[in-house]
Ligand binder design. Structure first.
Ligand code: ASP
Length: 313
């Protein structure tokens, strides 16, 4: 009798489009269905790479690019506004094979910040570039450029105006519309993570959140898994959240979902809000969050694509 064919190695991808005060009362039907369609398109883009035997790194970049181009999410086109009415974009990417990483912050001309993060990783000797220098490197690399007006949307401007009208001198911590990210495990057993954001509405003084900070909002290590975070970035930086989750897996022997939950509990105790998406080297993946909702989705070689928004889904 011929031997049964070896099982095809599994792949898995998890994405997010931000965590925050996202409830059925807050979102219109059009926002709900538009966000679900965007999540599904991003899952499909990443899944196509993985199902075809492609690398986790390519899958997370492909998924995040779709979400950057979609104005429903606070990244790329549709980014949050700074207090002085600009859009300043941050992104990071990390390869679990060798812990190579790249990130960029304070961008105002790079159409797809995640691809610049990847170029920083691959074509520069550095890990994190900022501002004008980062955009200059982006041009030198031949990446697609955009006028600052490309990132601007009326809905995000309205959110800034609402914040300014409230007289608050802080920034918006409601985060109804979020940062985007993806983590994946490919058929070769490698993991990768990517995150992209406009930051928080009303940010000032060149504020940088957790998304482009390797170990805070983004981390990937084949020995532990891959993590992308969303939420109040200041807390994720202080906790070193994404690295902390991977450290708990490696050093305390926790599975990645338990480790993710533990770190979100820690963040909650400090007063922070947000969530993480996770994937382990064996392809098990999921999310943990302490906010009313989180735009999220998952697909794998054994599970059909699934997207969700509210906490009770
Ligand atoms: N974590 C992002 C930041 O603090 C914001 C978000 O996830 O919505 O920049």
């Amino acid at each position: 009798m011929p031997a049964a064919p070896a099982a095809t190695p599994p792949w898995s991808i998890v994405i997010h489009g931000g965590a925050g005060t996202i409830t059925r009362a807050v979102l219109t039907a059009a926002q709900d269905s538009g966000a679900r369609a965007g999540l599904r398109a991003a899952l499909d883009a990443g899944s196509a790479v993985l199902a075809g035997g492609g690398a986790a790194l390519d899958a997370v970049e492909a998924a995040v690019r779709v979400l950057e181009d979609d104005p429903h999410f606070n990244a790329g086109h549709g980014a949050a506004y700074t207090r002085d009415g600009r859009n300043e974009l941050d992104a990071a990417i990390m390869d679990g094979r060798d812990r190579a990483a790249g990130a960029a912050t304070g961008l105002s001309h790079t159409r797809n910040p995640v691809s610049l993060a990847r170029a920083v990783m691959t074509h520069s000797p550095h890990v994190l570039l900022s501002g004008e220098g980062a955009d200059r490197f982006s041009r030198e690399q031949g990446l697609e450029q955009a006028e600052p007006s490309y990132f601007a949307t009326a809905e995000r401007r309205r959110q800034l105006d609402e914040l300014l009208a409230s007289g608050s001198d802080g920034f918006d911590i409601d985060m109804k519309y979020g940062t985007v990210g993806a983590v994946a495990r490919d058929r070769r057993g490698h993991v990768a993570a990517a995150t992209s954001t406009g930051g928080v509405t009303g940010k000032r003084w060149g504020r940088i959140g957790d998304s482009p900070v390797i170990g805070a909002g983004t981390y990937a290590d084949d020995r532990a898994g891959a993590v992308s975070a969303t939420g109040a970035g200041e807390y994720f930086i202080r906790v070193g959240a994404a690295h902390e989750i991977c450290a708990r897996v490696r050093l305390a022997g926790e599975d990645i979902l338990t480790a993710g939950g533990g770190v979100i509990d820690e963040l909650t105790a400090m007063g922070g809000a947000g969530g993480v998406i996770l994937v382990a080297p064996d392809g098990i993946g999921g999310w943990r969050f302490n906010t009313p909702g989180m735009y999220r989705g998952h697909a794998s070689s054994s599970h059909a694509p699934h997207v969700a928004i509210y906490g009770d889904e």
